[in-house]
Every structure is written in C-alpha cells, then in structure tokens.
Write a protein that binds this ligand. Structure first.
Ligand code: ADP
Ligand code: MG
Length: 368
C-alpha cells in the first residue's frame, strides 16, 4: 500500500487525511491497517514517532462508520497521552460530525465526563483508573464496544495496570476486535495479552524494542554532586527545546527550580501536580513558551511534540525499556534528535542493562 486512497476508506476520513497532509502511510500504517480492516486482532510493534496512533485510529473509525450502533475504546497509560489521542481523533473525524469521541481521565470533573458519556460518543479514550470509577458507578457502559485498543500495550499489560484492566475486561463484550501497539514488546507479550486477544497477527517494523533511527545518543559521565553543573553545561551548548527526565517528583521540582533560578524558561510535570498544572505545563512547552520541560516518566510514553530537539536523562530510567520510550520523544516523524544520559558511578549497573537492550539493535553510543 503506497497511498491511503488504495484502502477505500470512508470519504469523510479520506478527506480528513488530505487536510492533515497524511498522504503516504508510514510502514506500520501500511502493514497494520489492512490487517485491522480485515477484522483481525493485532499486536503491532514499531519505533517511536512512526504513526502508531493513526495505525489504530484509521481502522477503528472505518469500522465504526460501517456499524452505527457500535463503539470503540482506546486505553492509555497517562492522561496527557489520552488528551493527545483525542486531538488526533478530532482531526480524523472533522468531516464526520456523528463520530464523536470523549475523554475519561483522572484529575478532571466526573460530572462533565458523565454528561459527555451520556451523549453517546462513538469512541472513548480512557485511562484505566478513571474508566473503572465510571464502570463502578454505572455512568459508562462498554456493552457496545466492537473494537478495543491498548496503546503502549506493554505498559498497559504490566503489573501496575493489571487489576484495573481485569476489572474493565469484565464489562467488555467477549466478541470484539482488539489491537495492541507499542515500540517495545517483551517476548512474553503473547502470554500477557492472551486474555485480550484472539489469534492475533503480529506486525513488526524493524527490530522489536529498537529506538528511532535518527537519534544521536551520548553518555556524559559525571558525579551525583556535579549533576546540576553538567546539566547546565549541556543546556548552554545546545539549541532548541529540551525534555529532561528526573527520577522522582521532588527531584523534578528541584531540577526545575535550579534551572529557573538561572533564568531558563522551564516548566515541569509529575503525578503530584494538579491536572490544571499538568495541562498548562505540556501546553506551554508544546507552544514554545518554555524551552525546557522537566518530567518524571509520566512524559516518557506517547507524547508527540515535534520540536523536541534533545532528551536529557538527568536520572536514568528504572526500567531499560523506558529508555527507548524517553528518547523517542525526540526524532519524531523522520526528524532528527539528540539523547544525552548523565551517568554517575552509582548508575553503572543500570546503564549496563540499558546498553544490553540497545546492543541487540546494534546501537553505538558516544561516551564523553
Ligand atoms: P507513535 O505512536 O508511533 O510514537 P504518533 O502516532 O504519535 O507516533 O505519530 C508521530 C507523528 O507522525 C505525529 O506528529 C503524526 O502527526 C505524524 N504522522 C503519522 N502518520 C503520518 C503520515 N502517514 N503522514 C505524515 N505524518 C504522519
Ligand atoms: Mg504512540
């Protein structure tokens, strides 16, 4: 498939793709969309920033156009990713006013969500915790779900979300289509997803758990006591916007405060901030008012901000796969990007684990 018009998509969707300037499908879209349109369950793996959102949204919208009483459900690990996917859906359905979507995420008014859920949306985008709240109160029904998507599927199926996902599964029809997507899929994903998927087709672009091609990665060796100085040096020699990852909420606050004291336009996001503050931080960074966003791993997955030029790991991630997701916030949709990791002597064991994951895809990393 070289062009979306080969797929005979609903005219309203085709027109939206034109307006969005989506002409050629990306490799994961070219492979996954026909499989999904054939109503098969699917596990899709492709590098960060290669268009997985449209790879599941296009077949979902197409299917729901054909079955007017049915709905779709997209589950995501963070509120910010949910909001972003809702925006993509709004764009894709801009010429199909009957194809309404709604967002059910924590930190926002339950009342407004109940109202929106009752206005018969065709697509629900949700974080698991808030969706379970709605299901327990009976304010949302999943009985008409025809197609289910788990975005960032390995994260959704890991232990953290398991209790909520099991709860949600009880409310979902047994007969449905299920699509799972991520840039990293551990080998036991088949086992993890067995409860959700039926005889899935596996579609992989590149090597599983490979980082995006155009990221130049480097390591800067430093000491715990020198991290702030090292960070400042890095910021001063680099141009363009920067996403900095720290390990905890308080470390995120501390790094942001330090940078602000030195006059850097900086904002921050972590799970301890209100939803209003989180949204303001992401939007301020997205529209360029802040050059720097300091974040916990809350921002590691899915966030698509095309102008991010550098990702700096002030602290290394706890889980090696998260490294792939963090650095994947740069070099999106074919752009280039830089990833810098500050590594202290105490970090060496953790860095070795990350290196092992990277070696499997033949990556070379410069050490400064
Ligand atoms: P992933 O989920 O794989 O990390 P996204 O779905 O967030 O990637 O897409 C990354 C970027 O690529 C987005 O900004 C999106 O608008 C753009 N994009 C996706 N598909 C296409 C396409 N077919 N043509 C042009 N741009 C695309
Ligand atoms: Mg994504």
């Amino acid at each position: 498939m070289n062009h979306f018009n080969e797929l005979k998509l609903p005219p309203a969707l085709e027109k939206a793709l034109q307006v969005m300037k989506f002409e050629q499908p990306t490799p994961i879209q070219a492979k996954a969309i026909p499989v999904a349109l054939a109503n098969r369950d699917l596990i899709g793996c492709a590098q960060t920033g290669t268009g997985k959102t449209a790879a599941f949204s296009i077949p979902m919208i197409t299917r729901l156009t054909k079955v007017p009483n049915k709905t779709g459900l997209i589950l995501v690990p963070t509120r910010e990713l949910g909001s972003q996917i809702l925006e993509v859906l709004k764009n894709l359905t801009q010429f199909a006013p009957e194809m309404k979507s709604t967002l059910l995420i924590g930190g926002m008014s339950m009342k407004a969500q109940v109202r929106s859920a009752q206005s018969k949306p065709r697509i629900i985008v949700a974080t698991p915790g808030r969706l379970v709240d709605h299901l327990k109160r009976g304010t949302v029904s999943l009985s008409s779900v025809e197609i289910l998507v788990l975005d960032e599927a390995d994260r959704m199926l890991d232990m953290g979300f398991a209790p909520q996902l099991n709860e949600i599964l009880r409310f979902l029809p047994k007969v449905r289509q299920t699509l799972c997507f991520s840039a990293t899929l551990p080998s036991d994903i088949e086992k993890l997803s067995a409860r959700y998927l039926k005889d899935p087709v596996r579609v992989t672009i590149g090597v599983v758990s490979q980082h995006a091609n155009k990221i130049q990665q480097s390591v800067v060796q430093t000491l715990q006591t020198k991290k702030n100085d090292t960070l400042m040096d890095q910021l001063n020699v680099r141009k363009g916007s920067v996403l900095i990852f720290a390990r905890t909420k308080s470390r995120t606050d501390r790094v942001a405060r330090y940078l602000a004291e030195y006059g850097h336009p900086v904002t921050r996001i972590h799970g301890g901030r209100t939803q209003g503050q989180r949204t303001a931080a992401v939007e301020g960074f997205r529209d360029g008012r802040f050059r720097i966003l300091v974040a916990t791993d809350i921002a590691a997955r899915g966030i698509d901000i095309p102008h991010i030029a550098h990702v700096i790991n002030y602290d290394l991630p706890q889980v090696p796969e998260d490294y792939i997701h963090r650095i994947g916030r740069t070099a999106r949709a074919g752009a280039e990007g830089q990833a810098i990791s500050l590594v202290t002597p105490e970090d060496k064991p953790q860095w070795r684990e990350i290196s092992r994951l990277l070696e499997r895809s033949g990556t070379k990393i410069a050490i400064q």
